[in-house]
Design a binder for this molecule. Structure first.
Ligand SMILES: Cc1ncc(COP(=O)(O)O)c(C=O)c1O
Length: 499
C-alpha cells in the first residue's frame, strides 16, 4: 500500500531537508557552488522567464520578443543548418532511407554525394547508436588530420587527435589532467569565456589572470603575461599552462602571427602547456586565421631547439563558424609535443566516459570534409556557407555602427568570433543606483536593458574586466535590426534618466 504525503511548503522543506535527505546546499561539493558561469546566469534565467510569459500570451511586458544575445547559439537565432550536413545526418539516424535512394534523389533533392558520404560513415561507425573508439572513430580522425594538414601545411597524426563532445568537454579533460592540486595554476586571459574559470573552480585549482589590451584591439601583451606569471609564482602557484582564445571570446580579437609567437616564446621559456581554443577559427572578418600549431611548426623549423618541447593542445568545435551545430555536441583536440605516457593518461581519462556522441563525431567529419568543387552538393553548400558568413559580417558591422553612435559606448572594430564587447561609461548616478541595489554597475545596466527591451546580454564582470571599467558582451547572431534599435533607444533613455 502506498501512503500519500502532503507536499510541505517552502519553509518546511528547508527545515526538514537535512533531516530527510543526504544532500543540502551546505554539504555538497563546495567547488561546484564556487564556480561561476555568467553566460547562463541570472540574466539568462530572467530572459527565459520573459520568453515563457510572452509565449503564454502575457501582454504586460514592454516588448514582444526576447532576444538571446547572451550566448553564441546560432541556430537558436535562426541560423539555418547546412543542408548537406543534415541530409547526411538524416541517413545516419535512419539508414532504412537508403533502401529508397531513387526517392531520396527525385523527391527530396538528395544528391549522390550525400548518399555516398552517409554510406561511408555508416560503414565506419556501423550505427550512430553504438559506442565508438574512445578517441573517436578512426576514419573521422583521419579526416580531421587531413584537414589540419591542408589548413597548416604541416602533417597531423590521427593518433594525437581526440574527438570530443564539444570543445567544453575537451577543456574539462585537459584541465583535469593538467591540474594536480590546489597549487596548480593556469594563465587565463581576461576577459575570458567563463568555461575556464568555472572549470578551474571545480578543480579547486588557481586561475592566474592576464589582461588583454583593449586599446590594442584586445591583443596579448607579453609583459602583462610575464608579470602575472611572476606574481603567481611568487605567491607559490605552480603555473602549468596558458589558455589563449583565438579568435577571442568575448573580445572577437584575432591574434597576429607575432602575438602567437610571443605566447609560444613564453611557453618555451617557462615550460607551460599552451591551450589554444580555436573554436572561432572560421569566424574571422579581418586578416587570416593562423593556428598555433602552424606557428609552432614554423618556429620549430626556423629556430633550432628552443621550441622542440613545447606542449600544445588546440581545440576546435562544430558549435561555431558557419556550422553552428552546438546542440549536436562535437569537436576535437590535438595534442602536440606531449609525453606519450601523459597522452596515455588523457586517453584513460576520456575512456572513463566511453566515447563522445557519435552523431557529433560524424558532424565533425562533415565540417572538416565538406563537399568539394565539382561534387554535386558543392554549389548549394558554398551558397549556404557564404550566405551565413556574409550575414554574420553584416550584422557585426551594423551593431558596431550602432554602438559608435551611442553616448559613452566605445567598441573595437569587429574582427571575428560572434561577439562585440563594448566599454560603457555610465553616469555617476547610475553607478550609485546600482550600488544601492548591491549590484555591479554593468549588471545593473544589463538587467535594465533586459527589463526594458527583452534583449539579453552579459555584463562584462561575467568575463572579467580591468578595474574601473564596465563592458557588456552581445552576440551579433540575431537576425534583423529591430533589436539593435531597441538597444539604442534604451541606452539614450537610460543615460538621460541618470544624467
Ligand atoms: C571560446 C569558447 N570555447 C569553447 C566553447 C564551447 O564550445 P562547445 O560548444 O564546442 O563546447 C565556447 C562556447 O561559446 C567558446 O566561446
Amino acid at each position: 500500500m502506498t501512503t500519500r504525503t502532503t507536499v510541505p511548503d517552502a519553509s518546511q522543506r528547508a527545515l526538514s531537508t537535512a533531516a530527510v535527505r543526504c544532500l543540502s546546499l551546505d554539504n555538497i561539493n563546495s567547488n561546484v557552488k564556487a564556480a561561476k558561469y555568467a553566460v547562463r546566469g541570472e540574466l539568462a534565467v530572467k530572459a527565459e522567464e520573459y520568453r515563457v510569459k510572452l509565449a503564454q500570451g502575457d501582454k504586460s511586458l514592454p516588448f514582444d520578443s526576447v532576444i538571446f544575445a547572451n550566448i553564441g547559439n546560432p541556430q537558436q537565432l535562426d541560423q539555418k543548418p547546412i543542408t548537406f550536413f543534415r541530409q547526411v545526418l538524416s541517413l545516419l539516424e535512419n539508414p532504412q532511407l537508403l533502401n529508397n535512394k531513387d526517392v531520396l534523389c527525385t523527391h527530396f533533392g538528395y544528391q549522390d554525394d550525400v548518399i555516398k558520404r552517409a554510406e561511408k560513415l555508416l560503414a565506419e561507425v556501423q550505427s550512430v547508436g553504438a559506442y565508438s573508439h574512445s578517441q573517436g572513430a578512426p576514419l573521422i580522425r583521419e579526416s580531421v588530420a587531413k584537414f589540419i594538414e591542408e589548413r597548416d601545411g604541416f602533417p597531423a597524426d590521427p593518433q594525437s587527435l581526440y574527438l570530443t563532445g564539444g570543445a567544453s568537454s575537451g577543456v574539462s579533460t585537459l584541465l583535469n589532467v593538467i591540474c594536480n592540486g590546489p597549487n596548480a595554476g593556469v594563465l587565463v586571459p581576461i576577459p575570458q569565456y567563463p568555461l575556464y574559470t568555472a572549470t578551474l573552480s571545480l578543480l579547486d585549482a588557481q586561475c592566474v589572470p592576464y589582461h588583454l589590451e583593449e586599446q590594442k584591439a584586445w591583443g596579448t601583451d607579453v609583459d602583462t603575461i610575464k608579470k602575472s606569471l611572476e606574481q603567481a609564482k611568487a605567491a607559490g602557484t605552480d603555473v602549468r599552462a596558458i589558455v589563449v582564445i583565438n579568435p577571442g571570446n568575448p573580445t572577437g580579437a584575432s591574434l597576429s602571427p607575432a602575438d602567437i609567437k610571443s605566447v609560444l616564446d613564453i611557453a618555451a621559456e617557462e615550460k607551460l602547456v599552451v591551450i589554444a581554443d580555436e573554436v572561432y577559427q572560421t569566424n574571422v572578418f579581418i586578416g587570416e586565421f593562423t593556428s598555433f600549431k602552424k606557428r609552432l611548426r614554423e618556429l620549430q623549423q626556423e629556430v633550432s631547439g628552443k621550441y622542440d618541447n613545447v606542449e600544445l593542445v588546440s581545440l576546435h568545435s562544430i558549435s561555431k563558424g558557419m556550422v553552428g551545430e552546438c546542440g549536436h555536441r562535437g569537436g576535437y583536440f590535438e595534442l602536440v609535443g606531449f609525453d606519450p605516457l601523459v597522452a596515455a593518461q588523457v586517453y584513460k581519462f576520456i575512456s572513463i566516459m566511453l566515447c563522445p556522441p557519435v552523431i557529433g563525431q560524424c558532424l565533425v567529419e562533415l565540417m572538416v570534409n565538406p563537399p568539394k568543387e565539382g561534387e554535386p552538393s558543392y554549389e548549394l553548400y558554398q551558397k549556404e556557407y557564404n550566405g551565413i558568413r556574409e550575414g554574420l559580417r553584416q550584422r557585426a558591422f551594423a551593431l558596431y555602427e550602432a554602438f559608435q553612435k551611442m553616448e559613452g559606448v566605445e567598441c573595437q572594430e569587429p574582427q571575428g568570433a560572434m561577439y562585440l564587447f563594448p566599454t560603457i561609461t555610465l553616469p555617476p548616478k547610475a553607478i550609485e543606483a546600482a550600488a544601492a541595489e548591491n549590484r555591479a554597475a554593468d549588471e545593473f545596466y544589463c538587467l535594465a536593458l533586459l527589463d526594458a527591451t527583452g534583449v539579453c546580454v552579459v555584463p562584462g564582470s561575467g568575463f572579467g574586466q580591468k578595474e574601473n571599467t564596465l563592458h557588456f558582451r552581445t552576440t551579433f547572431l540575431a537576425p534583423g535590426t529591430d533589436w539593435v534599435e531597441r538597444i539604442v533607444k534604451f541606452h539614450s533613455e537610460f543615460m538621460a534618466k541618470y544624467k
